[in-house]
Write a protein that binds this ligand. Structure first.
Ligand code: TXA
Ligand code: MG
Length: 348
């Protein structure tokens, strides 16, 4: 693999020459990481099975985990899926371009390694201007998982991509930090009722405004194994052990403080991830704190970068808490639970 080429673009996709160069690489079967509104994706021509195979090799991702196909416009949808049920069109009209992935029957032109051998394909139309310009210039549907090594935290900057994949991919299009910061919602439309396989930036409440019957995700807590093989428990994980206390408010903060005091007394180095207005809960303690911002949207935008920053600072223990299971909180809790190895820590 040659050196990884970094091409800088503005959030509005200038200069066009950088987009054109990245698009040409995609058409040649090369691997190009690019920003979307959620996280950076590792893209390849979705109609080229060799290019798709190279994604799995670069990430060291098991072949059993299917990829999302990214499209520029609705015309391209017909080349990716075998059928478009009326509900898919309704959801596309409301949420595309945007962070919603629809699982639909696979079209024959999509190679089987994209779908992990399965009869369905996940497809989404990203809203990031850079992603849209790249997809339009490439002229092919682009298969792209998050541009991290398998089992690592998703990247929300080009520097995160390089930390995991420098020298393993051909190019990264650096369009700055991602606006949303957590991955798309994956909604399976091939089952009745439709079910969320992965909660994400489009909330369950918003989806139910269009289709009230949509089922929420099966959570790890009720012991189910979701259909998507990517939904394994240890995912989105930092290297450092992470404790996520269940719930918000005074009791969760008191539990974090007690845990931090105990660990510090044992000579451990402690990192914590807290919303801005909660940082004072650790006043007087020698812990490294990553502020997550003022509201849930900010927490989503900042979470992965904060996890990576703390992880590379080398502490022995990371501490945080979960959120109410509504709106973006559902996606955040899902990622936090997985990052913690599968479960939230109860608060007495
Ligand atoms: O926001 C996102 O979705 C980002 C950006 C780059 O678009 N992509 C992303 O891809 O998060 P990845 O591969 O890291 O996660 C995709 C998830 C996996 O859990 C995978 O198992 C699931 O979507 N998935 C993909 N195709 C599927 C299918 N046909 N059936 C069920 N699950 C599928
Ligand atoms: Mg991923």
């Amino acid at each position: 693999m040659p050196q990884t080429l970094t091409l800088a673009v503005s959030p509005t996709g200038e200069p066009e020459s950088a987009i054109a160069r990245a698009a040409a690489l995609l058409r040649e079967g090369k691997l190009v990481a690019f920003p979307t509104e959620t996280v950076y994706g590792l893209g390849a021509d979705a109609t080229d099975p060799d290019a798709v195979a190279a994604i799995f090799a670069a990430k060291e991702r098991p072949a059993s985990d299917p990829l999302i196909v990214h499209i520029a416009d609705l015309e391209q949808l017909a080349s990716v899926v075998a059928q478009t049920p009326p509900l898919a069109l309704k959801l596309a009209e409301r949420f595309w371009p945007g962070p919603l992935t629809l699982v639909l029957p696979r079209a024959a032109s999509i190679p089987l390694n994209v779908t992990a051998g399965g009869p369905t394909v996940g497809v989404r139309m990203p809203s990031s201007v850079v992603a849209q310009k790249l997809l339009r210039a490439a002229g092919v549907p682009v298969a792209a998982p998050s541009a991290n090594r398998f089992m690592r935290t998703s990247p929300t900057t080009a520097a995160h991509v390089m930390a995991d994949l420098d020298g393993r991919i051909d190019c990264v299009l650096d369009g700055g930090p991602c606006a949303v910061g957590v991955e798309s919602t994956v909604l399976d439309l091939t089952t009745t009722p439709p079910r969320i396989l992965r909660p994400g930036a489009v909330t369950l409440e918003a989806l139910r405004e269009i289709a009230p019957g949509i089922e929420g995700p099966m959570t790890a807590d009720i012991g189910s194994v979701a259909r998507a093989p990517g939904q394994m428990e240890r995912h989105y994980a930092p290297r450092t052990p992470l404790i996520v206390f269940a719930g918000q408010g005074e009791r969760a903060l008191a539990a974090i403080r007690t845990e931090a005091e105990t660990a510090l007394a044992q000579g451990k180095r402690v990192g914590a991830l807290l919303p801005d207005n909660e940082i004072s809960a650790l006043d007087g303690l020698d812990a490294r704190i990553e502020p997550l911002g003022a509201d849930l949207a900010a927490v989503s935008r900042n979470l992965y970068a904060a996890l990576r920053a703390l992880d590379s600072a080398g502490p022995d223990l990371l501490l945080t808490h979960s959120y109410d299971d509504e709106g973006l909180g559902l996606a955040l809790n899902d990622r936090l639970r997985r990052a913690a190895g599968g479960s939230l820590h109860p608060v007495e």
